[in-house]
Design a protein. Sequence first.
Lengths: 326, 160
Amino acid sequence: MKPFEYVRVKDARQAAQALGTERDQAKILAGGTDLLGEMKDYLVTPARLVNIKTIPNLDKIEHDDKKGLKLGALVTLSRLAEDKNVRERYTALAQAIDLSAMPQIRNAATIGGNLCQRPRCWYYRDEHTICLKKGGSKCYAVEGENQYHAILGGGPCYIVHPSDPAPALVALGARVVITDGTKTREVPLEQFFILPAQNVRRENILAQNEIITHVLVPAPAPGTRSVYLKEREKDSYDWALASAAVVVTPNAGSVGAARVVLGGVAPVPWRVAEAEKALVGQPLNPATLARAAEAALAGATPLEKNGYKVPLAQAVVRRALSLTMA
Amino acid sequence: MARITELDVNGSREKIDVDAERTLLSVLRDDLDLTGAKYGCGEARCGACVVLMDGRPVPACVTSAGSAAGAKITTVEGLEQDGQLHPLQEAFLEVGAMQCGYCTPGMIMAGVALLRDNPDPDEAEIVRTLEGNLCRCGAYPRIVAAVRRAAGMLRGGGAA
Ligand SMILES: Cc1cc2nc3c(=O)[nH]c(=O)nc-3n(C[C@H](O)[C@H](O)[C@H](O)COP(=O)(O)OP(=O)(O)OC[C@H]3O[C@@H](n4cnc5c(N)ncnc54)[C@H](O)[C@@H]3O)c2cc1C
Ligand code: FES
Ligand code: FES
């Protein structure tokens, strides 16, 4: 690992100052479960780490029956999943966390760090492969071993977004609060993530000197059920081959409102309006589930080795929707 | 460069003088001679380095000394009390829950935290809790048996 300077900051303004404006010369350190791994493999070589865990009050889970959840960016995944109110009312989020990594990582990992974790594409993670994402000229997945890559939203790079909480939070309508210590902005989480076509080097809109301070999740409408379901290659910890977060609000025997967001299949949490349209106004019967699942993957353009993800993701969507009725 | 001059390890305040950027694992092993926690993958994938930080199992290989400062750290060396091993350590010995033993300290730390929170975990819960702890010798069945046995000992019923 390249030696680096380590600073602790007390607020967002100090963080912004320490982060500076030169891309990746300084990096934010939270739980370190992703960043330290990246540094050990020389994927990033910052001259300075800015520990934000010393900023007070960013480790709180606040509930408000009307406004919903306010999560500090430093809340660990374990604490979030243990929270009774989160489990009961924001079920998909708790389920997504249960399926993320393993207990010891969840104890150290923060929700802010989870949303900003870097992709797991094996070309990107290989120290010696300089792919598009690392400033190279080529995405090696296009003609290479692409069984885990994107079937939606890909090009010119085909990573999939690795976070499980992210699709759940997008489905629940979450927003993120971002600040550089002077200017604060609140952005729908859905618009926080960007496609490789917009900027192949990044996965989100954060400027070099900005940090996420909070994640806001609106209170679900009465009767709303949410589910997160994930398929992985091995049954102990693994990233998603395909996953789905679904949020359904019933209305007089049929679907009043619905959100369908896919994970593990696209460079960002992939919300599918077509699938949501196929649900609204319909009773949740097998025919509706099938139509929604079909619509969810209608735009898929698999690479040579990941065609299996299409029926897999369809099945995940169908099953997740049927679990909202359980 | 920020320095860390004290760590709370196994109930005692250890004087050190290290760069805050160092990993907790390297400080424990190289500065404090606590070689129980092992270096496996170095990137939070194998569990060989697991120690307790304020009671929770975390991978010490990706935890910076700077973030460990101020927390209560417990390593496998700190489990023994007045010459008595922790019941889970006893159970590992009785069941023979290791071959090379490299994964053992991490397994035990994760297991100790589990038993503290749930004195009677079933097999499925043990497997779920220890899923981040890899054993390349494949001693898994005996490791699960040792956790079950320790649970019995802790409940005061002898072997489970
Ligand atoms: C073996 C393994 C298995 C895993 N499996 C899964 C899985 O199945 N599902 C899943 O979702 N995740 C998985 N992960 C990823 C894990 O969840 C993340 O590493 C973790 O959530 C990152 O949080 P952290 O606090 O440790 O972040 P750090 O490692 O400290 O930071 C991660 C990145 O986010 C930036 N950052 C951190 N906090 C902020 C902030 N507040 N504002 C702006 N930027 C910030 C950092 O600069 C860095 O680039 C796995 C990780 C490992 C090592
Ligand atoms: S050495 Fe820390 S998890 Fe493998
Ligand atoms: S006993 Fe050898 S790694 Fe587990």
